[in-house]
Design a protein around this ligand. Structure first.
Ligand SMILES: Nc1ncnc2c1ncn2[C@@H]1O[C@H](COP(=O)(O)OP(=O)(O)OP(=O)(O)O)[C@@H](O)[C@H]1O
Ligand SMILES: [Mg+2]
Length: 248
């Protein structure tokens, strides 16, 4: 599938917040059947890139295409209809609803526009099973430990049946067993043909499941390639060492 057309094409996107160049002419893509990594030190611009792709932030310049269509003028809602779904770095779920109700609401939301009227309840149950939440389906989302709550959010994203899934640090708050299961699930979703764009600080997870990794630093794309290539890249090593030195 190396010649698959990108589901997502980001071209020369720039975003400026006052004196901060959050993104500086960044180009990247994500292909169906692949997990693509987007990594970089804190403040590199990863979440800003997700906000631009999903339509929450308008870029100062540049272009975003989803499924070959320029989505510049489209709202976040319209982009969702094109098959885009995301999860948030700061978990966003309905705390007072159960895990199942969270997923069901998204399945019903999808039925609001999809032509193939799937049974939302059956779809929700299948997704709960797939992400490993069947046992806690009836539990209130805000009573779940972080790891499981993150899976609720992932389940909700999946309930819209996306072709392009953006995940902003889905591994944070997960223990090592949960992280491994998450990695397997993302590989599974890609094997089904989904394009997954993964922002993640867990380098081990990124190295295990990503086909291609894009690296941002201070809003610029400093490297792109296989996990092994970017890991060996001196500019990438310098960016992470710089970040550690700054944090120390
Ligand atoms: N709404 C905003 N207003 C002003 N500055 C912002 C805004 N959002 C982000 N920034 C700044 O833009 C830069 C990129 O932030 P962003 O959140 O995209 O980084 P990130 O790579 O997601 O970082 P992290 O790994 O910490 O989540 C940072 O300097 C941040 O402070
Ligand atoms: Mg972020």
């Amino acid at each position: 599938m190396s010649s698959a057309d990108p589901v997502l094409a980001v071209e020369q996107v720039s975003v400026r917040f006052g004196g901060v160049q959050a993104l500086d002419a960044v180009t990247l893509s994500a292909e169906p059947g692949r997990v693509t990594g987007l990594i970089g030190p804190n403040g590199a611009g990863k979440t800003t890139m997700f906000n631009v792709i999903t339509g929450l932030e308008a870029p100062g310049s540049g272009r975003v295409s989803i499924g070959g269509r320029d989505v510049s003028g489209l709202s976040a809602h319209k982009r969702a209809r094109l098959g885009l779904a995301r999860t948030f770095q700061r978990l966003e779920i309905f705390g007072s609803m159960t895990a199942r109700q969270n997923v069901l609401a998204a399945a019903e939301f999808r039925n609001g526009w999809a032509r193939d009227r799937t049974d939302a309840g059956a779809a929700a149950d299948a997704i709960l099973d797939r992400v490993g939440l069947s046992a806690v389906a009836g539990a209130r989302a805000d009573a779940l430990p972080t790891g499981l709550a993150r899976l609720v959010e992932l389940g909700r994203a999946l309930a819209t049946q996306p072709s392009l899934l953006l995940l902003d640090e889905p591994g944070s708050g997960l223990d090592s067993t949960e992280t491994e299961a998450l990695g397997d699930l993302l590989l599974d979703l890609a094997a089904d043909g989904m394009a997954v764009l993964l922002v993640e600080h867990d380098v081990e997870l990124v190295m295990r499941i990503c086909d291609t990794v894009h690296v941002l630093d201070f809003g610029r794309r400093i490297a792109s390639g296989s996990p092994a290539e970017v890991q060996a890249d001196p500019a990438v090593q310098a960016a992470y060492l710089g970040a550690e030195a700054g944090a120390a």
